[in-house]
Design a protein around this ligand. Structure first.
Ligand SMILES: C[S@@+](CC[C@H](N)C(=O)[O-])C[C@H]1O[C@@H](n2cnc3c(N)ncnc32)[C@H](O)[C@@H]1O
Length: 205
């Protein structure tokens, strides 16, 4: 019974749905560590005013909002496979959507809709561990980037008992998948949370 409840709660963060999904979205939007992790990741991406950027798994849309503050003359695309998260992120970014600066869609990382133009950057925060075929997905995403385009993948392990070593291992795993998928110049950054969040950045050559 307890295990079924834990599985159901975890599932709400993998693919929020129904009333529990709305609650998960509210928690993600208000939890201090989640807010810091989103802001930190966007700060690492070195966004330029004219950048066109895709976020995968935007959840309640915190990073989308940060991105619009930096890419003032670019376009922000976002996809998430949860209809509930699409509603939350749409509400949070309504003005930028009306201004055609943000386009959000319900879609998967594995089958993203083609963005309107080649991308300067792709970002994803606490979704990578949920992707069924990370190397294949990263290989396809690479084709959406301009040469020299950046990718940032952030992960803060949420498994019970996770330690700094769990985070370091996550960074090594992400780096390996990025390298196998043809990205270069990988580097890992760490945010001092409990456990630490790691962000691995890389370039499409
Ligand atoms: C733990 S939440 C993180 C949300 C947001 N990135 C944040 O940090 O606040 C994971 C999000 O990724 C989405 N997601 C997970 N796997 C996905 C996939 N394969 N394709 C698209 N979205 C996915 C979920 O629906 C959920 O909104």
């Amino acid at each position: 019974m307890k295990q079924r409840l834990i599985t159901a709660i975890i599932g709400q963060f993998h693919r929020p749905h129904g009333a529990g999904g709305h609650l998960a979205g509210w928690i993600m939007a208000h939890r201090a560590s989640n807010r810091r992790r989103n802001q930190w990741t966007v700060s690492l991406l070195d966004v330029r005013p004219t950048d066109h950027i895709l976020e995968i798994g935007f959840g309640p849309g915190l990073a989308i909002a940060h991105l619009t503050r930096h890419a003032t003359h670019g376009t922000i695309y976002g996809i998430d496979h949860s209809a509930v998260m699409l509603r939350h992120a749409t509400r949070r970014n309504a003005a930028a959507i009306r201004a055609h600066r943000v386009t959000l869609r319900q879609a998967t990382a594995e089958h993203p809709p083609a963005p309107g133009q080649p991308l300067d950057a792709i970002v994803t925060i606490n979704t990578f561990g949920m992707w069924p075929n990370p190397t294949a997905t990263l290989t396809h995403l690479r084709t959406l980037l301009k040469p020299g385009g950046r990718i940032a993948i952030t992960s803060q392990p949420r498994t019970p008992g996770a330690t700094p070593e769990t985070s370091a291992q996550a960074a090594r795993d992400i780096t390996r998948h990025l390298t196998e998928a043809g990205y270069t110049h990988t580097r890992a950054e760490t945010l001092d949370l409990t456990p630490p969040a790691v962000c691995v950045l890389a370039i499409r050559p």
